[in-house]
Structure formats: C-alpha cells, structure tokens
Design a protein around this ligand. Structure first.
Ligand SMILES: Cc1ncc(COP(=O)(O)O)c(C=O)c1O
Length: 433
C-alpha cells in the first residue's frame, strides 16, 4: 500500500497548476473576518444601499418556520462573498460532514470544503484540473451523462470497469489497472477513479461496504485519487445498519474528493453543492472559481445556512427521513408496476438508492429508436441507456425510468405502455431481419 498522498502536483494538469490567486478575491476573504474597526477601501463592492430589495421572508412548508432576511443579513445575501463560501455555511457543512462520515474535527487541518454552484460545478472544475487531452479515465460502463459531457471534449482513453447489482466490481478494476505497475510514472496511467457510489445515476446501485473497502485499497496501491460523486447519499432505502460507509469516511491517505449536493434534498434550482477534499485540490477548484463564477449564489447560501441553523441536526435528519420515505415509496410503486408488466420482457433489480429504475431489454439490440421515436408517439418518455455510455454511438439494450416526479397514479400505465412498446419493437426488429 502506498504512503499518504503527499504530493498532489502529480495529479494536476499544467493549466490548473498555472492558476494564480486573484488579489481582489483574497481581499474579500480577509474582509469577511475583519474586525469592525477595519476601514476597507480595497474591494470594489457595490453599495447595497442601492440594491432595490429590502426584505424577504421564506415560509417553510411546515407552516411554523420561516426565514426572514432584512438589514445586514439581507445585505449579505445580496453582496459578494469569499469564493470558498459563506463562512457560517462552510462551518455548518464541516459539522455535517463530521457527523455523517465519522470524521474527527482535525480532519480540517489537511482538508477543506468549498461551496459550489451545484455539485456539477465542483465536479467539472475538479475534473478540469486533472484531465489532459487523451487522459486515461476509469469509470463504470454506464455513468451520469453530466460527467461524460465534462470528460468527452478531452477525447479520453476510457477504461470501462464492469459493474453489477452491488456496483463497481473490484476484480474488474484490478484487472484494468494491472496493465500498469503500481507507482508507474507512465503518463498514460490513470490518475483518478470516478465513482458514483450511492443510488448511482443511471443504474440505481449502491456500492457494497466490502467493495468500497476493496476499491479504496486498489486505488491506494495504484495511487489514484477517488472522485466520489455522491448526490444521492441522502436518498438511500436500506436500513441504517446495512448502509455502506462513504469513501470519505474510510479515507486515511487524503485521496478522496467528495461531491455533495443540495439538489435532491432542498432544491435543485437553488444551485448549491459542496466539495470536500484535500486542501491542495480544493484550492485549485477555488482558483478556478475565482476566475469564473467568483462564488456560488450568496442568496442561496444565506438561505441554506439559516435553514440549517433553524433546523439543527435533528431538523435536518427529520427532513432527510421524509425525503427517503417519499422516494422509497415511489421506488416500491414503480417496481411493482414494472414487475407486473415487464416480467419476462425485461431485466431489472430493486434500486437501493437514488431516483432511477434501470431496465435491460434483452430482446432488443438497442432501445434508442424505440424511445426516441415510437415512445414519444405513444406518450411515454424514458432515457435511452446510450446517453450514459462513453461511446454514445454504440447500441445499448438499457433504458432509465425516473420514479421521482411522474404522478404515482401513472406508474402502472407507463409500464403497461412500455411493455406494449417493447413487444411491438421486438416484432418490428424480427420483421426487419
Ligand atoms: C451523479 C450525479 N452527479 C452530479 C449531478 C449534478 O447535481 P447538481 O444539481 O448538484 O449539480 C447529478 C444530477 O443529477 C448526478 O446525477
């Protein structure tokens, strides 16, 4: 096993290494913690007295709690922030990570958190700090299409790891990596593993605990960073005692960069996510943000920080329980409908987290035309599996059905329509051959 990751420079591309801090941004960070007697003429902040918004009250759905912004708090919500995030929110997120991933508070000596515009922005900036044109990229056969759209322009060399109902297979990962010797300086050797361990999009799998440990060991042996993209962490349907640890919770070597999202639990439009990881990597994301969005929305950060302090840990956990119960119930209903109409025609397993039922149609060479042409005519919209594979031109027998938003009363009809569609498609296919 390798030592702790002690130099992050080997993971970073030259563009990222070349990013320099912006003095203006650094000044704003200093100002956010400056004593009241400080007279600042450094930052070119606009004067909030001229902002037309005076106050804002957001009533929560429990009908008893509200968040009111006025005076200096309203000004803060409308003003520039340090790139790393609203200090109170960053501190709350550190406490949350400690609680949910069993971290000791001194983890922050070497690690940090940055608030991003959704987890997508953090993921994009992290990948863009690591990738070079033609880089080797290791991922599962089917991955979140938003990750592919970040990676694709680099025309990477994909190494596809096999997965099953328990997620990524360590034996397959090991086999792929065995073409390099551990510690290899070969520039074609992969530098990171991308993994979406909980309620994976699109497959719905949750990586088992044993596999998580094994994959961590393999990444340690080959000195890979682990990019843990985990927006469905708070949408898990197994009992608490059966849940797997996160990679971050077992990381002793500083090789995990974790991406969390508020999209699935608070609001997707509020655009907040956060990245937790080794300081040198978070710093590169920060410097990229200093040159792009400057920081994630102040208004969103103030709202979420206020919400978290009103809720406290109990309120947050109660909300998560409600979210999980809601989606679990929907998962069960869609599964029931699929079981009723698709048995014998399709293969699928119970998703243990997330929002998706991943369905294989063994009788078809590809689901693309069926979904994109005839499905739309029959008023059923699904995602063809091809959208989630690195080679988006290769035929794919899978499709993804989301159980998050369609009306539950329509689940049965949807699966019935899908079954009819598949039967017709199979006969069409037989006709053509
Ligand atoms: C696996 C995965 N990663 C990242 C994201 C991006 O989420 P966010 O809304 O936080 O940017 C999504 C969104 O669906 C996702 O499914």
């Amino acid at each position: 096993m390798s030592d702790n990751v002690n130099s992050y420079a080997r993971f970073l591309n030259s563009l990222s290494k070349g990013r320099q801090p912006s003095l203006i941004r650094e000044m704003i960070t200093i100002m956010s913690t400056a004593p009241p007697e400080m007279i600042s003429m450094a930052g070119g902040m606009p004067n909030p007295k001229l902002f037309p918004f005076k106050k804002m009250t957001v009533q929560l759905k429990d009908d008893t709690t509200s968040i009111s912004l006025s005076g200096t708090k309203m000004e803060q919500a409308l003003q520039y922030l340090p790139t790393g995030g609203l200090p109170s929110l960053v501190s709350q997120l550190k406490t949350l990570q400690e609680e949910k991933h069993s971290l000791s508070p001194d983890v922050w000596l070497k690690n940090d958190i940055i608030v991003t515009s959704g987890s997508q922005d953090g993921l994009c900036k992290c990948l863009e700090a690591l990738l070079e044109p033609g880089s080797s990229v290791i991922m599962e056969e089917f991955v979140y299409a938003g990750t592919l759209s970040i990676i694709e322009p680099y025309k990477p060399n994909y190494h596809v790891v096999t997965a099953d109902t328990q997620g990524m297979r360590p034996d397959s990962l090991k086999k792929i990596l065995s073409q390099w010797s551990p510690g290899s300086e070969d520039t074609n050797a992969p530098k990171f593993l991308y993994i979406n361990p909980t309620g994976a999009n699109p497959t719905g799998t949750v990586l088992s605990s044993e596999r998580c440990q094994e994959i961590y060991k393999i990444c340690s042996q080959y000195n890979l960073l682990i990019l843990e993209d985990d927006p469905y962490f708070y949408l898990q349907y197994q009992d608490q005692d059966l849940r797997s640890p996160s990679f971050m919770s077992i990381d002793t070597e500083g090789r995990v960069v974790r991406f969390d999202s508020f999209s699935k639990i608070l609001s997707s439009g509020i655009r907040l996510g956060f990245v937790t990881g080794p300081k040198p990597i978070i710093e590169r994301i920060n410097l990229h943000m200093q040159a792009s969005v400057l920081h994630a929305s102040s208004l969103s950060q103030v709202l979420v920080s206020d919400l978290m302090s009103q809720w406290g840990s109990t309120g947050f956990n109660n909300h998560i329980k409600e979210v999980e119960d809601f989606y679990k119930n929907r998962r069960n209903k869609l599964y029931e409908a699929a079981d009723k109409h698709l048995m014998g025609l399709c293969e699928f397993s119970v998703p243990l987290g997330g929002m998706f039922l991943w369905i294989k149609v063994p009788g078809l060479g590809s689901t693309w035309d069926m979904i994109m042409q005839r499905g739309l005519q029959q008023n059923i919209m699904l995602m063809p599996g091809r959208a989630f594979q690195p080679d988006q031109t290769a035929p794919c027998q899978f499709l993804r059905a989301a159980f998050s938003i369609a009306a539950e009363k329509d689940f049965d009809t949807a699966m019935e329509r899908l079954a009819q569609l598949i039967r017709k498609e199979i006969s069409l296919q037989e006709h053509q051959s």
